[in-house]
Design a binder for this molecule. Structure first.
Ligand SMILES: Nc1ncnc2c1ncn2[C@@H]1O[C@H](COP(=O)(O)OP(=O)(O)O)[C@@H](O)[C@H]1O
Ligand SMILES: [Mg+2]
Length: 272
């Protein structure tokens, strides 16, 4: 064994990870190394396996292959130890309707409680701070069933951030938000990533927005990684056209970097 093999690799490491649902292959032989502090965007057409990849990393689906964090296999970890390492925001979360926002966010602190202890004032302070950073302080005492889709989406993120885990898995964290809120939420994720050296793996369907925030894009197609690189490397017309089954135009904008826009087959107003 060489010296480099004996030193545990920092970050997240997937080796030949595969997931099969009722005989349908959703993920096949995905190997991926994500460095500490890195933000990786997972992209791909509907059904490409993005959510499945995150669910495997979150241990919510049976997979073959190995997933390691800082050299430790995650499969055998105790639930609580795992929850201190990995926070996950699902694409379609379930909400306890009658719970208040602040209590919901504070649930994220559970892995940090002592075996007998419940939440502390420190836990509530952290939740309140996160609500503040997401511009939601005024909603702290509202029940979840009175909130909009966008507010709920920001709350799930706040709950995941309250978990203080170094690895954050976000499945389409901005899909329910308007364009202003999208940028705000992604800015916050980036700020916290730099502050706390978080490793972020997120799926994103807005390719233009992804290119503005992430350093690296991993493109999945039919459960396999077909491209992995910087947004400049991955977002090229030929690749996007092939794997999203669409014709796009990719523009370079001075302020925004890369802009991906679909091309219509017909021109506007044409009746052919
Ligand atoms: N619970 C499930 N049972 C059966 N098939 C599933 C399940 N979840 C996802 N799939 C299938 O697995 C494939 C990948 O799905 P998913 O990971 O949700 O893709 P994406 O997030 O990229 O849209 C799709 O073909 C989907 O229909
Ligand atoms: Mg998905």
């Amino acid at each position: 064994m060489t010296q480099s093999e004996t030193v545990a690799q920092r970050g997240v490491q997937l080796r030949e990870v595969g997931v099969v649902y009722e005989r349908a292959v959703a993920l096949s032989d995905v190997s991926l190394d994500v460095a500490l502090g890195e933000w990786v965007g997972v992209i791909g057409a509907n059904g490409a396996g993005k959510s499945t990849l995150l669910r495997a990393m979150a241990r919510l689906v049976k997979y073959r292959g190995t997933i390691r964090i800082d050299g430790h296999e995650t499969g055998p970890m105790h639930r609580r130890d795992f929850a201190r390492l990995v926070a996950y925001v699902p694409q379609s979360p379930q909400f306890p309707a009658q719970m208040r926002a602040i209590d919901y966010v504070t649930l994220g602190r559970t892995p940090h409680h002592g075996y007998l202890g419940g939440e502390s004032s420190h836990d509530r302070d952290r939740s309140a701070e996160l609500l503040g950073r997401l511009d939601m302080s005024h909603l702290a005492l509202r029940h979840l069933d009175s909130m909009s889709g966008g507010e709920l989406q920001r709350l799930v993120l706040a709950r995941a951030l309250a978990q203080s885990a170094p690895i954050l898995l976000l499945d389409e964290p901005t899909s329910a938000l308007d364009v202003g809120r999208r940028v705000e939420v992604l800015e916050l994720v980036d700020e916290l990533r730099l502050e706390r050296n978080l490793t972020v793996i997120s799926t994103v369907h807005d390719l233009t927005l992804a290119a503005q925030f992430v350093e690296r894009l991993v493109l999945l197609s039919q459960g396999a990684v077909v491209a992995d690189g910087t947004p400049e490397e991955v977002l090229v017309e030929e690749v996007v056209n092939r794997h999203f089954d669409v014709r796009v135009e990719i523009l370079r904008s001075e302020h925004n970097g890369i802009v991906v826009t679909p091309r219509r087959a017909k021109s506007k107003g044409s009746h052919d």
